[in-house]
Design a protein around this ligand. Structure first.
Ligand code: SAM
Length: 239
């Protein structure tokens, strides 16, 4: 699958997330020991610091980051965009029972051609999506395009661990042996959870992603590693 590009990759990814949508949240919690909620809260907090205006969560999935953005002070409205209808249906259902925060709307759309005019969002987030898109450069450019000047983007993404030492070997065993087993047992879909760890390995290290953000036009780019160095939270500002 790693060789798929362009529309073929988009179709593969859309079908994959459509298939596992019902089990996606459960599997995330099992695989990360519920740590993904913390990382998502941190991403939303970072993105929305000091903002006053609308927020966008790209490739929102079941809406975790969108709901967290809605609880940040200064955020007026939130839009979550994704191209897999079954993921969005779950986000929409969850939205009905969210206790507080700014209004959240969900929209079917492509991260590589965001359905918004230029410079309309005060902040933009995305979680665990960059490694799934056919063009990371294009997605970063789109995020930059829809951000208003002075707005901040925050990207939460798995980062490949350096190949030497004991810990990386343990992680690789976990990602390649244990995660597919969880996928089989909890989602009945070993293939999907074999693709996910593979997609991490083809992904650029945190430093390189920071450089890609700069090339897309972001300034003040920085990142923090969490999850024992397996996950990066990158941020950048549009001038
Ligand atoms: C691993 S999930 C992450 C969901 C959510 N952001 C989270 O952190 O839980 C990746 C999501 O990206 C979406 N996605 C992948 N490529 C996309 C694209 N080109 N446009 C819109 N959504 C896309 C998938 O449908 C899926 O919901």
């Amino acid at each position: 699958m790693t060789q798929l590009t362009g529309e073929a990759k988009a179709q593969y990814v859309r079908r994959l997330f459509s298939r596992i949508a019902g089990r996606y949240d459960l599997l995330n919690s099992v695989m990360t020991g519920r740590m993904h909620y913390r990382w998502k809260s941190r991403t939303a907090r970072l993105a929305a610091q000091g903002v006053a205006g609308d927020a966008l969560d790209v490739a929102t999935g079941t809406g975790d980051i969108a709901f967290r953005l809605a609880r940040q002070p200064g955020v007026r409205r939130v839009v979550g965009v994704d191209f897999a209808p079954p993921m969005l249906s779950i986000a929409f259902r969850r939205g009905k029972t969210q206790p507080r925060g700014a209004p959240v709307a969900f929209l079917l759309g492509d991260a590589l051609a965001l359905p918004f005019p230029d410079a309309v969002f005060a902040c933009v987030t995305t979680g665990f999506s960059l490694r799934n898109v056919a063009s990371r450069e294009r997605m970063l450019q789109e995020i930059h395009r829809v951000l208003a000047p002075g707005g901040r983007a925050c990207l939460l993404e798995t980062t490949p661990v350096a190949p030497c030492g004991v810990l990386p070997r343990l992680f690789r065993f976990y990602f390649h042996r244990v995660v597919p087993l969880f996928g089989l047992l909890l989602a009945g879909d070993r293939e999907a959870y074999t693709y996910l760890p593979r997609s991490v390995e083809g992904f650029p290290p945190a430093e390189e992603l920071a450089a890609m953000m700069q090339r897309a036009g972001f300034t003040k780019v920085s990142y923090t590693l969490v999850g024992m160095g397996t996950v990066g939270i990158h941020q950048g500002v549009k001038v």
